[in-house]
Design a protein around this ligand. Sequence first.
Ligand code: DX5
Ligand code: ZN
Length: 219
Amino acid sequence: MKKIQISPSILSADFSQLGNEIKRLEDAGADMIHVDVMDGHFVPNLTIGPPVIKALRKHTKLVFDVHLMISPVHKYIKDFAEAGADIITIHPEATKNLKESIEQIKIFKKKVGVSLNPDTEISTIEEDLENVDLILVMSVFPGFGGQKFIHKVIEKIKLLKKIKEEKNYNYDIEVDGGINFDNSKEVINAGANILVSGTTIFKENNGNIKKNIETLKEV
Ligand code: DX5
Ligand code: ZN
């Protein structure tokens, strides 16, 4: 089994202190930083864009795992790449041509992620699986932190793991939304190797993020 990595979502951090929050996550053992970008159109919420990512870039060497919930996403890929994203994850519904957008991310030498909403089937991206570095399985409908984990996605994680093994593909399996201490083990055992977490990391155990990261990694 691949080493389990935790990608804390800064959506639940103190936005007035983002630089310090990222430093605090790095010191606490975070493996990467999950940045949720929302446009108020593809999802019903607005967050941050490339200038903020650029400003944060100097605060850490950790991988920036940038989850784009914006549509149309294609024309913005360059801006996020240049701002300092390391992994750029897009939703197939947010682009006219998924293959072109995947290629666009590769032009900038960034890792490519594709995200599946809870009701988006693997079959919609079947022919792209061999060309991506990461599949982001949404276990909530994107838009907000603090939602309840949708249990049926466990089957999707298992299937992605099975396809990966059968076809010898390379993608990481990352799961995003409603991850907590009660479901993390099941998510890992189903085949995920990266867990995103906002609420659990920042709020559990009185905000002891080191302990929360360690606990989420337990199998
Ligand atoms: C939802 C975001 C997630 C989410 C994670 O649209 O993509 O990253 O905020 O937060 P929790 O862990 O609170 O569900
Ligand atoms: Zn996310």
